[in-house]
Design a protein around this ligand. Sequence first.
Ligand code: ADP
Ligand code: MG
Length: 397
Amino acid sequence: MAKKTIRDLDLKNKKLLIRVDFNVPFQNGVISDDNRIVQALPTIKYAIEGGAKVILFSHLGRIKKEEDLQKNSLKPVSIRLAELLEQPVKFVPKTRGKELEDAINQLKSGEVLMVENTRFEDLEGRKESKNDPELGKYWASLGDLFVNDAFGTAHRAHASNVGIASNIGGAAAGFLLEKEINFIGEAVDNPKRPFVAILGGAKVSDKIGVIENLLKTADHILIGGGMAYTFIKAQGHEVGTSLVEDDKLDLAKDLLEKSKGKIVLGVDVYTAKEFSNDSEKHLHTYEDIPADEMGLDIGPKTILKFKEYLADAKTVVWNGPVGVFEFSNFAGGTIEIAKALAELKDATTIVGGGDSAAAVIENGLADGFTHISTGGGASLEYLEGKKLPGIECVDNK
Ligand code: ADP
Ligand code: MG
């Protein structure tokens, strides 16, 4: 079902509330990566050009105690945004009250205002994160129209997404949210085939929902990373000291059976005695993993096998690194998979998941991908086929 987007709104002179995701990382008080701000620019610029009075809402970090307030103020973000937009951004250090209301009422068409961190409302009673009805209603009263462009929080019903939408008479998607819906939603619901999923990461238990949902639509599911060892053990192999969830062995057996060959495991692994980058690296097949070693990366034969499945793929969804990519000596498999995907022609390639996205970006391969999801938890739940409240609250066309 196609969703209403900001293009469908008449913006001229309207007070337009936009929920963006400006939850950017800081190091020593300085923004260390402004990618999330950059990603929100198309929607904000479109609103400015359409003549809206633009009012931005975002959260930043978590607010549990008084001391969290100062270090999580959005003020530095508003300064960076003003630089990127090349126009002033009026920052209001409040989430409610007269100062905010006056500033909004003084806005002129094409001007931009930013409200303080929505989670400042979490200090007493988690009003933002629990979607307090009064708060959503109040924020909705500040504007005429609402656009949700925050995919990273779309898997949660908060006052600043669902709360505003349900009190202002609905919502439209911003360009970033639209992109996530188009790419992830389409890939899962209506993929061009062959559709290959690559799943990795640490634990099977984190990804059960994703595997089960993708078993319905994917043609092949390639499994690497820490979660592979539960499957390898379920097939009767010794896995040494590799990461295994023994309470998920039966489930892994069931999934392997149910998948009727759709689930594809590798053939070899790089192992080491310690969980450390400096631990000596050995190559083994699944048949001969030593009792005192753990698998930390996929081996070369596995990479070749996975590449064969990828060669004619038309849609690829990748979630979870296939090895401990934080250790340079065990990042090879993940980098090879990332390169293979980046080189695919005529295929839609999508990365969902915070760590897998980081692996692609760190290795300078982002340009080779069709879409790198901006939401870690949200993309995972979307891949599970769950309905995300932040998307559900956007009107259908
Ligand atoms: P994503 O954020 O992309 O969804 P996850 O959070 O599920 O990915 O998993 C990422 C983590 O999985 C990384 O920290 C990585 O070190 C770990 N991992 C990958 N392979 C292994 C392995 N063989 N043994 C232990 N941990 C692994
Ligand atoms: Mg992760």
